[in-house]
Structure formats: C-alpha cells, structure tokens
Design a protein. Structure first.
Length: 74
C-alpha cells in the first residue's frame, strides 16, 4: 500500500509525494509548473519536501526580483 501527502506552499498546491510499499523515500510529483525542478526528487518525509518546495519558490522570487532590478537600473 502506498502512502502520499499533498505538499502546499502558501496557497499553492506544489505537488504530492508518494512512497510505494517497500520504498524508503517519498517521490515528489509537481502539480504546478513552478515546482517542476523538484519533480522526481526523493524525500525522507513530508516536512523535508515542504521545506524544499518553499525554498524553491523563495529562490525563484529572488531571481525574478534581481532580473527586474537589473532591467530598471539600465
């Protein structure tokens, strides 16, 4: 029997993690394109997957803001 959890970041349903019977880790399945970089990554538990998704979103936001700042400064 498999076990699964929905991973949410803020209002986003980032994806879900599924652990198949006999497996040790959960496999991440992205629900939104924003989280595709996490697709297929393995996590020991739901908390670690949620933290990774939140960190990924935060990193994307910082990158976008840096690009916008660069465009405006030119």
């Amino acid at each position: 029997m498999s076990k699964s959890y929905v991973i949410e970041v803020g209002d986003d349903q980032a994806g879900l993690i599924i652990r198949e019977e006999g497996e040790r880790d959960y496999l991440f399945h992205a629900a939104l394109d924003t989280y595709n970089a996490l697709e297929g990554r393995r996590f020991a538990n739901a908390l670690l997957a949620e933290r990774a998704a939140a960190a990924h979103l935060s990193s994307r936001r910082r990158s976008r803001n840096a690009v916008r700042a660069e465009v405006f400064s030119q």
